[in-house]
Design a protein around this ligand. Structure first.
Ligand SMILES: [Zn+2]
Ligand SMILES: [Zn+2]
Length: 278
């Protein structure tokens, strides 16, 4: 059996319904699965119901976007209960910000003569947290591009003409928000911070002082060097090595339960929650 503490549903930019994802993960031998959608916990309750039916432990989680000057930072939060306060109130505000960002990207596309229909975009997202993948799909439906990758390469990637920077939480605020909501804050995929080893270590130190509890070390795409480097950072700052597949959709490179070699230890989520609640 496998533990996987990072997975997305169609409540953000994944493709599976929450119940569907839990069943799929169970089918692959996962018995503990955290639901970590971007800026929402809307999929947690449905996933938890499916988990109870299938004998899979579903861990309530979220993945927050954090404002950093270079690269991109995502902060995971894990909770003992499905509706942690004050986090849920803050998420409603972040959702509104994401809608404004999507609207601005659509306006820019329309300004470039690449027209897509806002109502179509919103309808197709059917209540999910709007993100660039939804705009990419709308560009495909409108016949402007053939693939998601083409949509990003031509219009949506950082530096391309329809790109709008995402407004996230400040670093210390994000960590504090998770901690004050009774959760365990964990740094996701440290490689996307775009920092070399000399700059990454002090940054992780700053996060640890702000209340960070864990860092993703066990990810299937990590090289042995990355696994060793992030593991060393965890030891230096007293962080719990965590991780998961970051599964989004059937075309994702890694599927639920894939957490690299060696895999995520089975006691990870209990250690994280014990530290958060301790
Ligand atoms: Zn992420
Ligand atoms: Zn993710």
């Amino acid at each position: 059996m496998a533990h996987d503490l990072h997975a997305h549903t169609n409540r953000s930019d994944g493709s599976h319904d929450p119940a569907d994802l839990v069943q799929y993960a169970g089918h692959l031998g996962v018995d503990v699965l955290a639901i970590t959608d971007h800026d929402t916990m809307a999929g947690v309750a449905e996933a938890a119901d499916a988990g109870r039916a299938a004998g899979i432990r579903v861990v309530p989680g979220v993945e927050l976007s954090i404002k950093v000057p270079h690269g991109s930072m995502h902060l995971l939060g894990y909770f003992a209960e499905p509706s942690p306060d004050p986090l849920l109130g803050m998420l409603a505000g972040l959702r509104a910000t994401r809608i404004l960002r999507a609207r601005e990207m659509v306006d820019r596309l329309n300004g470039l003569g690449v027209t897509i229909d806002w109502n179509d975009l919103v309808d197709e997202a059917s209540g999910a947290v709007l993100g660039r993948p939804h705009i990419a799909e709308a560009l495909i439906r409108a016949g402007h591009v053939d693939t998601r990758k083409e949509a990003f390469d031509l219009y949506l990637a950082e530096g391309r003409p329809a790109y709008v920077r995402s407004e996230g939480l400040d670093v210390e605020d994000g960590v504090a928000l998770v901690a004050e909501s009774g959760g365990a804050p964990v740094l996701a995929h440290p490689s996307t911070l775009g920092l070399d080893a000399a700059h990454l270590s002090p940054f992780v130190g700053r996060l640890a002082r702000a209340g960070l509890i864990g860092i993703e070390v066990h990810r299937p795409e990590h090289t042995p060097d990355q696994f060793a480097g992030y593991g060393a950072l965890a030891r230096t700052y007293g962080l719990i090595p965590s991780g998961g597949s970051d599964y989004h959709r059937p075309s994702s490179p890694h599927h639920p339960g894939a957490t690299g070699d060696p895999p995520l230890p089975d006691d990870t989520v209990d250690r994280l929650l014990a530290r958060a609640l301790g």
